[in-house]
Write a protein that binds this ligand. Structure first.
Ligand SMILES: CSCCC(=O)/C(O)=C/O
Ligand SMILES: [Fe+2]
Ligand code: NI
Length: 185
């Protein structure tokens, strides 16, 4: 279940808001210019599937979004818990950074934890299958796929170069919760 928690940056343990209500999540995030929508993610794809399979399965949605918003590049991050490079891939996004373009991601399987640092507030968003999130350019943030990653996200870029992160060098991300592994068998 998708979830939003909002913290003061000085209190990493007690969120001042915690909600799984999708309308409330969208409305809180809209206040900081972040788009949060639910899209149908019914194609039979799973974490670890090859990017081409994902792109073929979601071609219609991708083409629509590209036509509407003028994206130049689309790629896929698809990682299962068995991925041999999972630690390296996890480490790539774990520290505070920003992009010089909006960060638009459509989760079509699994989950991941986005955390945004806006002013003195920290917005932790648990994104799940079916969530489309659009974070404005220059927003400070980090992303945790967890130690046993299991997700597929389609990424949309307005820059031809694709993913470019600018790291701030702060340690704020280390002080906030990480993505907890799913419990149970
Ligand atoms: C959810 S897709 C992988 C993470 C990513 O692209 C990013 O920019 C995290 O900040
Ligand atoms: Fe990012
Ligand atoms: Ni700050």
């Amino acid at each position: 279940m998708s979830r939003l928690r909002i913290f003061n940056e000085t209190d990493t343990e007690n969120p001042r808001i915690s909600t799984t209500d999708l309308a409330e999540i969208a409305s809180e995030l809209a206040k900081i210019g972040v788009g949060f929508e639910q899209w149908e993610a019914g194609a039979p794809v799973k974490a670890g599937d090859a990017p081409d399979i994902i792109l073929d399965a979601y071609r219609k949605d991708i083409d629509r979004l590209v036509a509407e918003r003028g994206f130049k590049t689309v790629d896929v991050v698809s990682i299962s818990p068995e991925h041999p490079e999972r630690e390296t891939m996890r480490g790539k996004f774990l520290d505070e950074h920003f992009h010089k373009e909006d960060e638009v991601r459509f989760f079509v399987d699994g989950s991941g934890l986005f955390t945004l640092h806006v002013g003195d507030q920290v917005y932790e968003i648990l994104c799940e299958k079916g969530d489309l999130i659009a974070v404005p350019d220059s927003t400070l943030h980090w992303f945790d796929m967890g130690p046993q990653p299991s997700f597929v996200a389609i990424r949309f870029f307005t820059e031809a170069d694709g993913w470019v992160g600018h790291f701030t060098g702060t340690d704020i991300a280390k002080r906030f919760p990480r993505h907890e592994p799913a419990s149970g068998g």
